[in-house]
Every structure is written in C-alpha cells, then in structure tokens.
Design a protein around this ligand. Sequence first.
Ligand SMILES: Nc1ncnc2c1ncn2[C@@H]1O[C@H](COP(=O)(O)OP(=O)(O)OP(=O)(O)O)[C@@H](O)[C@H]1O
Ligand SMILES: [Mg+2]
Length: 432
Amino acid sequence: MVVIMDLQIVFGIDFGTTNSALSVYRNGGVEMVEVDDTISGDQVSDLMRSVLYFSEEKEIFTGSEAIRQYVGDGAEGRFMQSIKTFLPNRSFQNTEIFGARYGIDDLVAIILKKLKARGEAHVGCSVDSVVLGRPVVFSTDAEKDALAEQRLEKAARKAGFKHIWFQYEPVAAALTYEETLSAGQERTVFIGDFGGGTSDFTVIRVKGGAFDRSDRRSDVLSLGGVYVAGDKFDSQIMWDKVAHYFGRYARYQPMGKRQWHDIPTTLIKTLCQWHRIPLLRARDTRELIRVLKRSTDNRPALDHLESIIEDNFGFALFQAIEKAKCELSGCEQSTICFNEGDLSIAEPINKSEFETLNSDNFEQIERCIDEVIVQSGLTAAQIDAVSLTGGTSKIPYIQNLFVERFGADKSENHNAFTSVAHGLGSSVPLFV
Ligand SMILES: Nc1ncnc2c1ncn2[C@@H]1O[C@H](COP(=O)(O)OP(=O)(O)OP(=O)(O)O)[C@@H](O)[C@H]1O
Ligand SMILES: [Mg+2]
C-alpha cells in the first residue's frame, strides 16, 4: 500500500487571484515546478500570473505570454485577470469573446490546463490527480461559496483531472510552515495568507518531523477569511488618488437647467475595478458620456473617461497603481506615474495616506483576525507563533497588526508566493 502511494504523482495547484503556482508530490516529497517565464521573458518562474488574453485572431494566451501579447497587440484583444473573483458570482454565467461563449469554468480550465501541462513536462508523464487550494471564504453566502467550489472542480475536470481534492489555502501554508520546525517541535500557529482577492486565516497545531498522515482536521482550531486583499487596496487608491483624472469631481448641467449636478458616481466606481471597465462600453453609457461632455465643467477629465473606456488602458493604469502600492511596502513615499495620449498622471502617495484611505479595508481584516483568535478558544498569548504569507502580507501596516496582538518576536514571514502551493503538495498524503 505504502509503495503504491509513494509511486503516485499528484499535483498541488494554488489557483490564485493574481498568481498561480504548482507543486508535485512524488516519492514522498514535494517539489515546486517552474510554470512560466517572468514577464520580461528572460527568466523562468515558479509563478504564473492568473491572466488570459484572447487575440482578435482567436488565439488564447495565459500568464506572461498573455501580458506580452496584450501589450504587443496594443490591447486590441480581450484581456482578463482576477478571474477567481468571479467564481462565487452567480450573475457571471458566461462571456462572449470574439463570437465564442466561455463559462467561468472554461476560463479557469485554460489556466489549470497550462499549469497541468507544465507539471507533466516536469515529471515526464501524465497526471490526473490534484489537490486544489481554496480560500476559507469564497463568499459569506453559503450557496455562493458552494457554487464557487463546484465551478472550480468543474474547471479542473475540464482541464483533464479525474481525482480532485480541496484544501484550505491557509491550512496548506501551515503545512509548509510545519516543515520549518525541527523534529518533535510542537506549536500552535496563527497563519495569515494575504493575497490579491482574499485574506485567509487559521489557527492550527503543527508538529515538526515525519509528516503526520492522519486526518489533520482536529488540529485546525479556527478558520476565517475576508474578501479584502490586494485588489481592494488598488481599487481604493484608484478612487481616492486617480479617479479625479476621469471626472470624479466633475459636474454637468442637464439640458435646459441651470443647476450643476455631479457626474453619476456609478460611472466612476466602475472604473475602480479595472476588469469591470469594459462594461462601460455599453451603448447607453457611451451616449451618456457624450451628453455629459457637452455641458461639463471639466471637459479634459471626461475626455479621459471616454478614452480609458474606448482605448482599454485600464490594465496599464492599474499596473501603475499596483507598482506604487508595492513600493510603499519598502519606503515612505512613491508616485503613481502613468502617461497615455494627453493624460499625464504623476500622483504622489505616501505610506500614511495609503493607510488612512484604506482604513475601512484594514478594519475588516482586523475584525476577522480577532474573530479567528477568539474562535480558536485561545488567547493571543497562548498562540506560539504567527506566520504570514501572500503578496499583501508585505504591507507594513498588516505586519504591525500582528506585532500589536502577538508581540514582535512571534511573527515570521514566509515565502510570500509559493508556500500555499507547496503545502498543497504536502496535503496529498491526507487525501490519497
Ligand atoms: N511588496 C508588496 N507590497 C504590497 N502588496 C504586494 C507586494 N507584492 C505583491 N503584492 C500584492 O500581493 C497580491 C498578490 O499576492 P498573491 O500572489 O499571494 O495573491 P494570490 O494568491 O494570487 O491571491 P488569492 O490568494 O487572494 O487568490 C497582489 O494584490 C499584489 O499587488
Ligand atoms: Mg493566494
């Protein structure tokens, strides 16, 4: 029995909102696989951006290739990111792309298929078993949460997997953390996984040494998560620091009236989630913008609004916003720099401003952390260590939340981008 299990090869896939990664479980060990090139194309990477690009010639690209093609094509085709975000969204049934219809599971399957192919090239044989990561909370609505998992499972089947198991992403990160402990060392640890779409938490008992193949559910003392992570911070920066370039404070005079009215907020709010910007291409919206332009007090801003919709530069703008956000994790001050046509943005932003404008987002995260501590039945003092992972855990304010609660010496930051995928590989013996 043991021999058969050890000969078995199973993939661990962390399909992330921003980045995806793949591990292989074989011969009783876990390896990470280089699944893509870096965006510049000059190095291999164990991360693949979870993006898709459909060219007008009906070719489909994923990861770094999708980004290069999209930029090279002058953004003529259809680019998609944060696809994971749509999984619990019942109203997203399918989308038409250049005459073909794609369900959400079809879109996810394209990414999973590419990861699977890279994994199979790595091991030299076909593999039909996978442990997939899932956030603790896809949605607070139980039905939507179940729908998201069903869709992810369907996508995995379409990608060619026959045996599919799910593991909570923070539990997977905990299994990776466990490997850093010496044999016999036992700890109760708070794991925080801060990604692009969700922030997920668990308090779990871990033990160093030979991997414990028994059911680990009784070691999980609490689980929780919120739909607030990197993408939300980017949207908030867009709203507070950049939206005024697109008419956030512009006004207009309805025909035949003397009073000034604000530009409809929904228009500007839609801009703050860049993947929703194409929705503004609807005929009614375009007509509305044309009407507003005739009587606005800020014509340049409405020209920019029209052009971000028509010329599809939302992705590039959000890249600039994300870059400034990431810089603020390492210094006090950065600038959102973006140029397109006659739009020139050089908007300074400092760390405390970033923290203030995201205070509601941080508060939601804090509340969830505190709930997860309470639900574990332990006090912060009784929890031995804190391990943070995920790209968003690099934000100093987030790190400080843990210093405040647990003290400076309990916190450790682990490989931000691959610890979940590695732990999914380590989860294999729990299922197989
Ligand atoms: N230095 C940094 N400072 C702040 N944020 C960062 C930094 N580096 C990356 N990020 C953010 O981390 C997020 C991506 O992290 P990660 O790859 O862990 O997410 P994911 O696993 O794809 O998402 P999820 O787990 O929510 O599905 C992005 O929002 C990115 O902007
Ligand atoms: Mg993640």
